[in-house]
Design a protein around this ligand. Structure first.
Ligand code: ATP
Ligand code: MG
Length: 254
C-alpha cells in the first residue's frame, strides 16, 4: 500500500530531437500516513511531480501506483490537489466543503461537512462566502474541502505561500494537527526549508530531475524552529539545494 513512484520521466520539450527531461528517473516509496515535503529550486519539477501524482499529466516513462492502482487520470479516490484561491466564490463555506460530496451523491455530505467545519474551527463562518474570510480561513476551508471526499493522498502545492508570517505560522500548526487527526498521506511542496523541516516526517529534495536527498526528520512535535537540531536540518538542506551562498540564504528564509 502507500504510493510508489517508479522510474518516473517527464519532458515537455525536445532538444535536438531528444526529450529534455524535467524529471528523469524519479523513484520514491511512500508509506500510508507519511507527511512528505518536497523541496528544490524554482523550475526543478516540483509542480510537475505533483501534477503527475494528481493524474493531470501523464509520465513519458515509469509509473505511479497508489494503493495498488496505477494512476491514469484524475480521481477523487487517490488524490486531491489543494491550491490557494480554489474556493468557489458563489458558494458558502459549507457549500464549498460539501461540493465534492454532492457530486458523489453522498448521503452523509451534511454530516461530514459539519465534522470538517468543526475540525477547522469555522463553526461561526459556515454560511459566510469566501470574500468574507481572511486568507488563513480561506486556506482552512480549502484544506477541509480537499479532505471531504476522504482521498488517500492529499497534494499541496505551496498552499501557504501567499500568507503573512503570523497566519502562515498558525496554518503550519493547523496542518500538523489535521495530518495527525486524519492520518492522511500528504505531499506538500514549499520553497521554505524551515517550513519543510517543521511539517515533514520526510523531506525529499529534487535536483537535476532526480531525488537528490530523501531524509527522515527525527524531531519530536511540536517542533521548535530555534532548536539546534532543527537548524542543523535547515542548514544541511539549504546546502544541498543551493549552489551559491546567496541562494542558500534565500532558501533558509521563511
Ligand atoms: N506545461 C508545461 N509545458 C512546458 N514546460 C513546462 C510545463 N510545465 C512545466 N514546464 C517546465 O518544466 C520545468 C519544471 O517546472 P515546474 O513547474 O514543475 O517547476 P517547480 O519546481 O514547481 O518550480 P517553482 O518552484 O517555480 O514552482 C520548468 O522548466 C518549466 O518551464
Ligand atoms: Mg511549482
Amino acid at each position: 500500500m502507500g504510493v510508489a513512484i517508479e522510474y518516473l520521466h517527464k519532458a515537455f520539450d525536445l532538444v535536438d530531437g531528444e526529450p529534455k527531461f524535467v524529471l528523469e528517473d524519479v523513484n520514491l516509496q511512500v508509506q500510508d500516513g507519511e507527511f512528505i515535503c518536497i523541496l528544490g529550486k524554482s523550475g526543478c519539477g516540483k509542480s510537475t511531480l505533483l501534477n503527475l501524482l494528481a493524474g493531470y499529466l501523464k509520465p513519458d516513462k515509469g509509473r505511479i501506483v497508489v494503493n495498488g492502482q496505477e494512476i491514469d487520470g484524475p480521481s477523487a479516490e487517490w488524490g486531491v490537489v489543494f491550491q490557494q484561491h480554489a474556493l468557489f466564490p458563489w458558494y458558502t463555506v459549507r457549500e464549498n466543503i460539501e461540493f465534492g460530496l454532492r457530486l458523489q451523491k453522498r448521503k452523509d455530505a451534511g454530516e461530514t461537512a459539519t465534522k470538517l467545519i468543526e475540525m477547522i474551527g469555522l463553526q461561526d463562518y459556515e454560511n459566510a462566502y469566501p470574500a468574507e474570510l481572511s486568507g488563513g480561513m480561506a486556506q482552512r476551508v480549502g484544506i477541509a474541502r480537499a479532505l471531504a471526499p476522504d482521498p488517500a493522498v492529499l497534494l499541496m502545492d505551496e498552499p501557504l505561500g501567499a500568507l503573512d508570517a503570523l497566519t502562515r505560522e498558525a496554518m503550519r500548526q493547523e496542518l500538523t494537527r489535521i495530518w495527525q487527526l486524519s492520518g492522511k498521506t500528504i505531499f506538500f511542496i514549499t520553497h521554505s526549508v524551515p517550513e519543510a523541516v517543521y511539517l515533514a516526517n520526510r523531506v525529499v529534495i529534487l535536483k537535476d530531475g532526480q531525488v537528490e536527498a530523501d531524509v527522515p526528520i527525527n524531531l519530536s512535535r511540536p517542533r521548535n524552529m530555534r532548536d539546534r537540531a532543527f537548524l542543523e536540518y535547515v542548514d544541511d538542506f539549504a546546502r544541498m539545494i543551493a549552489e551559491t551562498e546567496d541562494e542558500e540564504r534565500a532558501v533558509c528564509a521563511e
